[in-house]
Ligand binder design. Structure first.
Ligand code: S3P
Length: 420
C-alpha cells in the first residue's frame, strides 16, 4: 500500500466539549475557532442550550455569550447526551454545582455506561443523584446546589471524573483537590488556568482554590490526536509513502499512541512544535518502517486510551506479540472495547486473545485481512478496522460505518483520499 497526503483532521473532541462548556460559563463573550462538528459535540451544545445558553449552530468560527457561573437555568426538558460520555460526566459536574436539577438521558450505549464514578464524588460534595433504573446508568437526575469542598482520590484513571469534580468546585465556588494515580489528559486544567481560575498542579494533585471567577477567553481548537492516530496507523502499516498531519495536539497526556507507533518501528517526526491555544501543537509526519510487537502497560494507557483499537490493528500487521495490560477501562467505553477488538480481529483473520484488563495480538506481518466487523455502534472500532480494510486485497465489511460521525464525520472521505 502506498499512502500520500497532508491532512488536517477535525478539531479535538475533548477540547471542543470543554470550549463550549467554559464559553457558556464565562463572564462575557468567547470565540471558539476550529470546534469539532461531530455528533458528540452537538450533544454538548444541545445540553447547554437546554440549560439556557445561546450556543450558536456549530461552525468553524463561533461566538458564545457566556451566562456566567451562576447563569444556567433549570431545563424544561431532559438533557440528551446522545452517545457522549464526556458530555454526561462533565455536565453532571456543572449541574451538581448549580442550584437546579437536570435529568440526563442518552442512547443505548451511553445508558449502559457507569455514572457512579461521577456520582460518588459529587454526592460527597452534597449533590443528589437519582437513577431511574437499578445500577448506575442513565437516565440519571442530578440535583445540584450549595456544595462543600472535597479531596478525592481517583478510583480509576479518568479525565472525565477529574473534570467533573473541578467543574463542580468552580461553579459552586468551593475548594477541591483531586489526587490521581495515573495522570490523565489535562485540558480542563490548562483551560481553567487560561481563564483566570486559581488552579495548582503539583505532581499528581490538582487543587482548585475558589475565586468565583471564570474569564471569557478565545479558544483555538487543535486537530484531534485521537483522529490523527488513525492516519498515523495507516501510514505505519503502509509499504511506501508518508502522511503529514497538521496542527495536531501533542500534549503529552494525549500523545502516547505516537510513541507506541515509533516503538513498533514506524518513523514519526514532530515538526513545527509550538504552543497554541494553551496546548502543544505540531505537524506529525509518519513514514512506514519494519513493525514489531510491543508491550503497553497501565502507566501508559491514559495517554492513548482511545487509540488502543487502532493500535491493536497495527499490531496485527507487526511481527510478533503485542501485549496490552492495565486497560480494563476499555470494558466501559462506547462498547466493551477489549471484546470488540479481539472478536473483530479474529473475525478478519488475525490472532488475538482477551485478557481481563487488556489483550494480546500475535502479529503476522503486513498482509490483507477479510471478514465482517461488528462495531457495536462504536466509532473508534469502525475507524480502526477501516484502516485495516484499506490494505490492498483486504475485504473487510464494517457493519455501521456511519457511526464514525460521533467523532470524525469526514473519516471515510479522508481515508480514500490518502491511499494512492
Ligand atoms: C475524555 C476522557 C477519556 C476518553 C474520552 C474523552 C475527556 O475518558 O476516553 O474519549 O474528554 O475527558 P475517561 O475519563 O473515561 O478515561
Amino acid at each position: 500500500m502506498r499512502v500520500d497526503g497532508v491532512l488536517r483532521v477535525p478539531g479535538d473532541k475533548s477540547i471542543s466539549h470543554r470550549a463550549l462548556m467554559l464559553g457558556a460559563l464565562g463572564a462575557g463573550v468567547s470565540r471558539v475557532r476550529g470546534v469539532l462538528q461531530s455528533l458528540d459535540v452537538h450533544s454538548t451544545a444541545g445540553v447547554l442550550r437546554a440549560l439556557g445558553v445561546a450556543v450558536p449552530a456549530l461552525g468553524d468560527d463561533i461566538v458564545i455569550e457566556g451566562v456566567g457561573l451562576r447563569g444556567l437555568r433549570g431545563p424544561g426538558v431532559d438533557l440528551d447526551c446522545g452517545n457522549s460520555g464526556t458530555t454526561t460526566r462533565l455536565m453532571a459536574g456543572i449541574v451538581a454545582g448549580s442550584p437546579l436539577a437536570g435529568r440526563f438521558i442518552g442512547d443505548a450505549s451511553l445508558s449502559r455506561r457507569p455514572m457512579g464514578r461521577v456520582a460518588r464524588p459529587l454526592a460527597q460534595m452534597g449533590a443528589r443523584f437519582d437513577f431511574d433504573a437499578r445500577g448506575d446508568g442513565l437516565p440519571m437526575t442530578v440535583h445540584g446546589g450549595a456544595l462543600r469542598g472535597l479531596t478525592w482520590h481517583m478510583e480509576t484513571a479518568s479525565a472525565q471524573v477529574k473534570s467533573a469534580i473541578l467543574l463542580a468546585g468552580l461553579v459552586a465556588d468551593v475548594p477541591v483537590e483531586v489526587v490521581e494515580q495515573e495522570r490523565t489528559r489535562d485540558h480542563t486544567e490548562r483551560m481553567f488556568a487560561g481563564r483566570g481560575v486559581d488552579l495548582r498542579v503539583e505532581e499528581n494533585v490538582v487543587t482548585l482554590v475558589p475565586t468565583a471567577r471564570l474569564d471569557a477567553s478565545d479558544q483555538l481548537v487543535p486537530a484531534d490526536p485521537s483522529s490523527a492516530a488513525f492516519f498515523a496507523a495507516l501510514a505505519a502499516i503502509a509499504d511506501h509513502g508518508s502522511i503529514a498531519l497538521d496542527d495536531v495536539c501533542v500534549n503529552p497526556t494525549r500523545a502516547g499512541a505516537f510513541g507506541v507507533l515509533r516503538r513498533m518501528g514506524a518513523k514519526i517526526a514532530f515538526e513545527n512544535v509550538r504552543a497554541e491555544g494553551g496546548e502543544d501543537v505540531a505537524r506529525v509526519v509518519v513514514t512506514p518502517g519494519a513493525l514489531r510487537g510491543v508491550v503497553i502497560d497501565g502507566g501508559e494507557v491514559p495517554s492513548l486510551v482511545d487509540e488502543l483499537p487502532v493500535l491493536a490493528c497495527v499490531a496485527a500487521c507487526a511481527d510478533g506479540e503485542t501485549r496490552v495490560t492495565g486497560a480494563s477501562e476499555l470494558r466501559v467505553k462506547e462498547s466493551d472495547r477489549i471484546a470488540a477488538i479481539v472478536n473483530n480481529l479474529r473475525a478478519v483473520g488475525a490472532d488475538a486473545e482477551e485478557l481481563p484488563d487488556g489483550f494480546v495480538v500475535r502479529g503476522t506481518g503486513r498482509r490483507p485481512f477479510a471478514g465482517r466487523v461488528a462495531t457495536h455502534a462504536d466509532h473508534r472500532i469502525a475507524m480502526a478496522f477501516g484502516v485495516l480494510g484499506a490494505i490492498p486485497g483486504s475485504a473487510i465489511t464494517v457493519d455501521d460505518p456511519d457511526c464514525a460521525a460521533v467523532s470524525f464525520p469526514t473519516f471515510w472521505e479522508e481515508l480514500s483520499r490518502v491511499v494512492v
